[in-house]
Design a protein around this ligand. Sequence first.
Ligand code: IPE
Ligand code: IPE
Ligand code: MG
Length: 240
Amino acid sequence: MAWENLQGNSLPRHIGIIMDGNGRWAKKRGLPRSAGHKQGAKAFREISAYCQEIGIAYLTVYAFSTENWSRPQSEVDAIMDLLRDYLAELEKHSGQEEGVLRFIGDKTQLAPDLQEKIRQVEQRTAGRSGITVNIALNYGGRSEIVAAMRKAAALAAAGELLPEAIDEALVDTLLYTGGQPPVDLIIRPSGEQRLSNFLLWQGAYAELVFMDVLWPDFTSRTLDEAIREYQRRSRRFGGI
Ligand code: IPE
Ligand code: IPE
Ligand code: MG
């Protein structure tokens, strides 16, 4: 299999993917945008299974940003319904196939039924071995940092944290991804070349790979290509 070629080199421990281009994929086919999101959800299933198979430890996918609420309500509803379908499907699985599933972002703004299903799936999959998949939903890097600052301020106000004890390691633990390694590789399909508020802190030294493919067309072969590109990069972290 092609992925065996990837194994000799160091694999990224943590991959982030901005799942972009669903709307354009649908438009090209004369379909409603929701059809693009549906196909995008399929691509996500394939890619998360593939990451598990090749031994990626952490995968974070950007599913819905704090800014995506500005879309038409019908589109927001369609995306949330796809998420409902995914959560319902997961309930039927009894095995370990998805690894640990976590949702990162401000969950309090989601519909109550979704919050409950998310809580259940996080509880059910916690402690599994294998991959950890973070689904970034109502996620924004800036709001994540604000939430971390609030937590620190609350601890300080309660007399449990001294300002001089705030360091990078502490901030890290206060983020939604607390306890997880930084992201090594951020992939953005669809041709756009920006972060759009994704993993601002965790991606400080991420290698960025921008690809022209639209997310619904993204396959395991496309991921291989992105990983190979990552393996060609020289990561210096400020050194020489
Ligand atoms: C990404 O695809 C999915 C979400 C942002 C929810 P888009 O819906 O942004 O697709 P384009 O960028 O319009 O093609
Ligand atoms: C980023 O894509 C968010 C997700 C993929 C969930 P957008 O389509 O929302 O980003 P912009 O608007 O092109 O920056
Ligand atoms: Mg987009």
